[in-house]
Design a protein around this ligand. Structure first.
Ligand SMILES: [Zn+2]
Length: 333
């Protein structure tokens, strides 16, 4: 097989040639595993693109062509992608790398290794900080759970929110819920837009903006994850809780999802239970039909719809089968 055949194999990736990350990969001076530049001398010896003087033997050229072909096949196996993304969580990995969990607009939640990201002169810069909005360039193989992160371009940092302690804990809360709730590699564009809208609304100069965003996010995150229970009827007996002439009290429990009427609260052995007030149920109803920027009628404070947040956290914890670390920290903030 010749070098020319090798290039033909790469033709389906033609569109990707526009990506700087991809161009870097097929550059003979770059390392196909990491996309990082090597010194020209070491690669000139293996790639054959820039032959050092005195390397003209026929045998050497054949070997060089095979090495080049193998590299191109390797690139063809690993499609390059560029996704708009929000960084959720990072974990230290090996000596200087990071494992990054990030939510993309088009591919859902992914995890990848950012090589040398913990070094001072990292090419990732501030892009891997919590909830940074970035354009992430990465390589994804179907057979591997972890993608290889190549680089990221920062679109928006959340650093200005971190000066407010409540807002900082709210960012942790958004990140933890998204990390725990979303299944890997399943696109959920509405969830991505929800997170972006919450970050935008937190920048507003209104008092109570943090509590409004946290409550709105909790409700919509459970809804978009498909675990928001029926809010209008008792889960046990089916009685209508929203009867306008005689609205009923609604209760929720630590151990079961959904709402219960006062009769079933006693008979269904719910264990410890709390009331979800009519006012908070009305707020939930409004939130389900109104963009967050238009929710101006409430004077938002920590106490506003606190029982609704408590109810929603219970639904999430029941689903993920563990406690959220950030929920009590947020309510105590
Ligand atoms: Zn009932």
């Amino acid at each position: 097989m010749t070098v020319r055949a090798g290039f033909r194999m790469a033709v389906p990736l033609r569109g990707l040639l526009l990506l700087p990350a991809f161009r870097k990969l097929i550059d003979p001076r770059s390392d196909p595993l990491t996309g990082l530049q090597k010194t020209p001398t070491s690669l000139e010896k293996t790639s054959g693109f820039r032959k050092p003087a005195g390397c003209e033997k026929r045998g050497d050229t054949l070997v060089e062509r095979h090495v080049l072909l193998l590299k191109i096949q390797h690139v063809a196996d690993m499609p390059a992608r560029l996704s708009e993304a929000i960084v959720l969580v990072t974990y230290p990995f090996k000596e200087s790398d990071l494992v990054v969990s990030f939510l993309t607009r088009d591919q859902g939640k992914l995890r990848g290794v950012a090589k040398r990201a913990r070094r001072l002169k990292s090419s990732f810069g501030a892009g891997l900080e919590r909830l940074s909005q970035v354009k992430m360039a990465y390589f994804q193989r179907e057979t591997r759970e972890l993608v290889n992160l190549d680089s990221c371009e920062l679109i928006r940092s959340q650093s200005q929110l971190l000066v407010d302690y409540e807002a900082a804990v709210a960012l942790d809360y958004f990140a933890e819920i998204s990390e725990q709730l979303l299944p890997p590699a399943e696109a959920n564009e509405r969830y991505f837009r929800l997170l972006v809208a919450m970050l935008d609304s937190m920048r507003a100069a209104e008092p109570g903006r943090v509590w409004r965003a946290v409550t709105y996010f909790s409700l919509w995150a459970t809804r978009l994850a498909g675990i928001l229970p029926e809010l209008h009827a008792c889960l046990e007996c089916g009685s209508w809780l929203e009867n306008p002439e005689a609205p009923q009290a609604a209760y929720f429990s630590r151990y079961r999802t959904g709402l219960f009427c006062s009769h079933c609260r006693r008979s269904a052995e719910l264990g410890k239970s709390w009331e979800l007030s009519i006012q908070s149920r009305e707020i939930a109803e409004r939130m389900l039909h109104t963009p967050i920027a238009q929710l101006t009628q409430e004077d938002w404070r920590r106490e506003t719809a606190a029982d609704l947040r408590h109810f929603l956290v219970r639904q999430i914890e029941h689903h993920i089968e563990r406690k959220l670390i950030t929920a009590p920290a947020l309510e105590a903030a």
